[in-house]
Ligand binder design. Structure first.
Ligand code: PA5
Length: 448
């Protein structure tokens, strides 16, 4: 039997007791029940709970479309922002070769756009697209989000000029609402193939829908394994009332008790750069789900050991308002052993015969103990290996824990009303029709 992801609470014991965590986890079973029964806040956004099953009829079509894009081009631009790109990027970077775009020979590159409005980024991207044979996946549930809409307008224009409108239409796939939004209208007008984001799935919970699965499949990763991993985690968490064996209940309870103990900041740490975008995906999931009504744990992230040489100082000795969650990967597949050297001028012979992963794992254990000594509790998420299957487990584990944690905090974990504030101001300042009055007021404010 395959091992599963688990939560290790050994290094929180000096700060909140195991009994307290188990007690809150057990009390939180009612939140699990509310999710399953659809009786809690945001109950019109619960499609993610069974997405690992509901997506199965679409897997063949997603794989075929991915194969088509890989066949007609050697690079795909994935356009989207927030939940419409982070999940795919998290999985692709966690499980693909770290330097795939530098490899010789045939491979398919993925580049991201529409997640910023930086002019230089776009200009540099167009330089690359001039030289490459590319396809486009444009993702927007609302179909009206400004950043991806602008990127798509520019890139669509570039592709049509490069290969003609008809050929471009064959290489553009849109993932959007089934009937609403500008992207749906554009797709119908231009004859793009489309996939649908169901109404009952919010952006940040959409990675196991075509939003995540199509880009992941185009990158060459195995989406069936990803979905299988998510299903395995759903079996462990969704109907499991026995909290000691339900990692999502344990994690949700532990982090809320650490918040109550005066630690409003959670830092998620990985000891491999491959997890960098997983940490970004997690920050969005937890930040947008919990940060509302004046509540929530602030989600931050660090890449260790890199950031031990920057933020490590603050974590060790700065203001005591932090707890850490470490994603602890047990085994790595690339075998690099440090060799003995006769001269030993770099004085590293004490490491001779050890794999790099052993050194990394000692760094991790040493860091946990040091941070504990500095007053920082550490929750450990133990992951057997970094591959599609465990990426799927991690996704479902974090989504389920996030929903439970939101209910513990008594917020709706499935909306994001605060995201609109900056958009309204930006539209007003850019004189979007309908925002003229607001624009005048903001310009006045900017004068002072
Ligand atoms: O989680 C969310 O709902 C958001 O982060 C959205 O995914 C993000 O704002 C992009 O929205 P859309 O897909 O409508 O372009």
């Amino acid at each position: 039997m395959k091992e599963n992801i688990s939560v290790n609470l050994k290094n929180t014991g000096d700060f909140v007791s195991g009994e307290e965590i188990l007690a809150l986890a057990q009390q939180s079973v009612r939140h699990l029940d509310a999710l399953n029964a659809g009786t809690g806040a945001g109950n019109d956004f619960l499609g993610w709970l069974s997405l690992h099953d509901d997506i199965l009829p679409q897997i063949d079509r997603i794989e075929k479309k991915a194969e088509h894009l890989r066949h007609v081009s050697d690079l795909t631009v994935v356009i989207g922002i927030g939940g419409s790109y982070l999940g795919a990027r998290a999985v692709i970077e966690a499980v693909s070769h770290s330097f795939s775009s530098f490899r010789k020979g045939k491979h398919h590159d993925i580049i991201y756009a529409g997640q910023n409005i930086c002019e230089d980024y776009m200009a540099n991207l167009l330089d690359i697209l001039n030289e490459r044979d590319y396809s486009v996946i444009v993702i927007s549930k609302s179909g009206t989000t400004t950043e991806p809409a602008i990127a798509f307008r520019i890139i669509k224009d570039h592709l049509e000029k490069k290969i003609g409108k008809e050929k471009a239409a064959d290489r553009i796939i849109a993932i959007t609402d089934s009937s609403k939004g500008a992207l749906r209208t554009l797709s119908e007008l231009n004859g793009y193939d489309t996939f649908v984001i169901p109404d009952n799935i919010g952006g940040r919970y959409s990675v196991l829908s075509p939003v995540g699965l199509l880009p992941v499949a185009v990158s060459g990763c195995d989406i069936r394994e990803l979905v299988k991993g998510a299903r395995a985690m759903a079996e462990i968490t969704r109907n499991n009332h026995n909290s000691p064996t339900n990692p999502s209940l344990l994690y949700a309870a532990a982090r809320n008790l650490l918040l109550q103990s005066g630690r409003p900041v959670e830092i998620l740490a990985g000891f491999t750069p491959r997890l960098h975008y997983f940490l970004e995906w997690w920050k969005q999931l937890y930040g947008e789900s919990e940060g509302k009504d004046g509540k929530g744990i602030f989600p931050a992230s660090v890449d260790f050991t890199t950031d031990l040489h920057s933020l490590g100082q603050y974590i060790q000795e700065g203001q005591r308002m932090i707890f850490e969650t470490m994603i602890s990967v047990k085994s790595f597949s690339g075998k690099i052993v440090i060799r003995e050297e006769k001269e030993n001028s770099d004085e590293l012979n004490y490491l001779a015969g050890k794999r790099l992963s052993e050194v990394n794992s000692s760094a991790e254990s040493g860091t946990i103990l040091a941070h504990n000594d500095g007053g920082v509790p550490v929750i450990r998420i133990e992951v057997p290996a970094l591959n599609e299957y465990y990426a799927g487990q991690l996704i479902y584990f974090f989504e389920m824990a996030c929903a439970i944690s939101g209910y513990i905090l008594d917020v709706n974990p499935f909306d994001q009303p605060g995201v609109e504030a900056y958009k309204k101001n930006m539209f007003a300042l850019l004189s979007k029709p309908g925002f003229e009055e607001a624009g005048k007021k903001l310009r006045e404010r900017l004068k002072h």
